[in-house]
Structure formats: C-alpha cells, structure tokens
Design a protein around this ligand. Structure first.
Ligand code: ADP
Ligand code: MG
Length: 254
C-alpha cells in the first residue's frame, strides 16, 4: 500500500471558474520522493494544500496510510496531521518573529505531546544538529538568521514530531542557488537517515530530478506526464516536459 494516494483530485475555487486542478491522481510509496513539477499557476500548491488537509478538493480523495484526509472532520484529521508536515517556500513568513528558535522548533512538541522543559531543550538541540545548525543559540530570533538558516529551522520544526511524510512546496525557490543546493542535499540526507517520504514540489526540473524517485508533470492543472525520474527526464513524451528538462542546467551532487 502506498503511503500517500491521491485519486481524481479536482479543485474549482469558484463554481463557474475552470478547475485549477483537474482529475489528478498519483501515489507515493513509503521512503520515496515524488517530484511534482510545473510552471507557476499550474496547481502545485493547491495539490499540496489538499494533501495536507488544509483545503478540501471539489472532488476526489486523498488517502494517507489508508486513512482518508479528504471529506473528514478536523478531529479525525488530527492524528494524521502529526504524520505529515509541510515546509513552504518563504522561510521567513513561516517563522513567528516573536518566538525564539527554541520555541519555534519545539512548539509542535508542546502541541502534540506532553514534554518537560529539559527534554524539550535536549530535543531542540538534537533537531538543530540534524539540520546542520549545531552552534545556534537557542534564544535567538528569526531575523538574526540567513535565509538558508531559516529554512533549516523550518525543517527542524517539521521534523520535531517525527513525521513520515514531508510536503515540500518550493522549499528552496526563495534562496540563492548555492544555498538551495545545500538545503536539497540536507533533505536527501535526512530522507536516508529517517526513511522519510517526500512530496517535493518545484518549478525547477533540475532540483526535482536530483531528489525524485518518480516525477509528475503538471500543466494547467492536469497531470501530463508521470513516470520514473529517468523515464521522464531522459525520454519525455510531452514537449512541455522536454522544455522543462532543457530549461536549466543539471544540478550536481555535493
Ligand atoms: P502553483 O503552486 O503551481 O503556482 P497554485 O495552486 O498556487 O499554482 O494556483 C493554481 C491556480 O489557482 C492559479 O491560477 C491561482 O491563481 C489559482 N488560485 C490559487 N489559490 C486560489 C484561491 N485561494 N482562490 C482562487 N484562486 C486560487
Ligand atoms: Mg505554488
């Protein structure tokens, strides 16, 4: 059974408007990465929000580990919410400027679990170490960090509740290329270490190619191509995909 299965997802934001997501189906096996790629406006973030249970599709279903995410009450979503965590594009917007790094990273622990102060500190230090922020002072505030460091803080926060699925919506699009490459390498290492499953969303085929097991190509709300990374990148069936592959140079491992 796949960890995540989306079937026939359709979303119309307005009743008379055309769908921005149109009968999209995909699944992700545990431990794998699905790269969801498409131009701006193709419906990627809408799919991310549906998968996370933040908005309802107009029709279609999402199953996480066999449990319905769509069409269910907030109450029954609650245990699933811990198991799938989002990481969004803008690392600053996602961080409360009035909270310290320690508060930000451990807030999900306080919400989802009972945890004492010493254990909270210990776990915070461990999480920051895991995202490569060993020397960070826990009482610092978000504005004192660079964009790359802030996204690492977001990732630490997402990992705090030991999720199984990360929904990464353009996680490096706001960062310089070299900083983004470091974050992508971190994501790859974390996936290996913790057996994480990723829905990795990007408009950049080189980034998707670097991380993905399978690639889904979205155009105007429709899935126009789906296959293994090598199938999609080496022998794309659609001109749209070919242009995405050709648009930017390949990313190197580092
Ligand atoms: P992407 O993440 O690929 O850029 P989005 O899912 O954000 O695409 O948006 C897909 C389309 O849906 C766009 O045309 C966008 O303007 C529209 N859209 C997104 N969110 C809303 C909303 N809350 N209300 C109405 N239209 C929306
Ligand atoms: Mg988006």
């Amino acid at each position: 059974m796949p960890l995540l299965a989306a079937t026939d997802l359709t979303k119309n934001y307005a009743r008379d408007a055309p769908p921005v997501v149109d009968r999209v189906s995909f699944s992700i096996e545990q431990g794998e990465t699905l790269g969801l790629v498409g131009e701006s406006g193709s419906g990627k973030s809408t799919i991310a929000r549906i998968v996370l249970g933040l908005i309802e599709p107009t029709s279609g279903t999402v199953l996480f580990d066999g449990h319905l995410v769509t069409g269910v009450t907030q109450r029954s979503l609650r245990p699933l919410r811990r198991r799938m965590q989002p990481v969004f594009q803008d690392p600053y917007a996602a961080l409360n400027p009035r909270m310290t790094v320690e508060q930000i990273v451990t807030e999900p622990l306080v919400i989802h679990q009972r945890i004492g102060r010493a254990e909270r500190r210990r776990r915070c230090e461990e999480l920051l170490r895991q995202v490569g922020l060993d020397d960070v002072v826990l009482r610092r505030y978000p504005h004192e960090f660079s964009g790359g460091q802030r996204q690492r803080i977001n990732i630490a926060r997402a990992l705090a509740v030991r999720p199984e699925l990360l929904v990464l919506d353009e996680p490096v699009s706001a960062l310089d290329v070299s900083v983004g490459a470091q974050i992508v390498n971190l994501l790859r290492d974390l996936q290996r270490e913790f057996g994480l499953t990723y829905l990795f969303i990007s408009h950049s085929m080189p980034l998707v190619r670097y991380l993905a097991t399978n690639i889904a190509v979205l155009q105007g709300g429709k899935l126009v191509e789906f296959g293994t990374r090598d199938q999609v990148c080496d022998s794309p069936r659609e001109d749209y995909t070919r242009n995405l592959v050709a648009a930017t140079p390949e990313m190197r491992a580092g």
